[in-house]
Write a protein that binds this ligand. Structure first.
Ligand code: GRF
Length: 225
């Protein structure tokens, strides 16, 4: 990233997660290998049992748990606490890598255009669009939300995929940064398809983050990686 005097410095990333953290691991490895000119400065989980916390610990990355206490606080209050915690490390970019909680505008407005998400399905370039043209010329519906892989299988479409996109208040609707197609094979189950989608996620996420960081001053298009 360009500092105020044109000095290049590594970008600071915050990763929010809720589960396994295999995408956190892909980012850690991208940083280590120098493919990603960044440091992960903080990992936050909303679940104390998230395996991703162990991956952060092994990598020596500061990590915190912030659970949503439904009976004690509103979503907005949680997001205020989360924004305070994330803001304390002044990140260049916040990455939702399997963070299974919808963020309110309070959080998003605290880091405008600086929150990106990884979604296990293809998303259209035009957020208003309801369909995606697949390589075989068929049109797939858009699968948003938490059950995108199952929905793709149930719909019998030829391809699934994954997408890195900017986060907006409308779930899974922000500008696409990068995406990748995954062909659905006969006999695929949710698990077998998820496994191949995740392989693609691990490949494109570090590249998409690097592309996005480089384009922060001049927004680029959406490469198919
Ligand atoms: C990924 O498949 C991502 O698409 C979805 O949550 C999953 C997180 O996996 N949003 P992991 O915790 O990175 O292994």
């Amino acid at each position: 990233m360009e500092g105020s005097r044109g000095v290049t410095r590594k970008a600071g990333l915050v990763v929010l997660l809720s589960g396994k953290g295999s995408n956190l691991q892909a980012l850690i490895e991208g940083c280590r290998a120098g493919r990603l000119f960044a440091d992960i400065v903080l990992v936050v989980s909303n679940r104390p049992d998230a395996e991703g916390l162990i991956k952060a610990q092994i990598a020596g990355i500061p990590h915190r748990v912030l659970t949503f206490r439904k009976s004690l606080q509103s979503r907005e209050e949680y997001d205020q606490d989360l924004a305070r915690l994330v803001g304390s490390v002044q990140p260049d970019l916040v990455i939702l890598a399997g963070f299974m909680q919808i963020l309110t505008s309070f959080f998003l407005n605290s880091f405008p255009e600086r929150v990106i998400n990884l979604h296990p399905a293809l998303l259209p370039e035009d957020p208003e669009s309801d369909g995606i043209v697949l390589p075989d010329g068929t049109v797939s519906p858009v699968f948003r939300g938490a059950h995108a892989i199952r929905l793709a299988l149930d719909a019998g479409v030829s391809h699934a995929g994954c997408t890195v996109h900017l986060v907006t208040e409308k779930v899974d609707c922000g500008q696409v940064i990068a995406s990748s197609l995954v062909r659905i094979k006969p006999g695929d189950t949710e698990d077998s398809l998820r496994e191949r989608i995740q392989k693609e996620e691990h490949r494109i996420l570090p590249m998409a983050v690097q592309t996005f960081l480089q384009s922060l001053s001049q927004p680029a298009g959406a490469p198919r990686l």
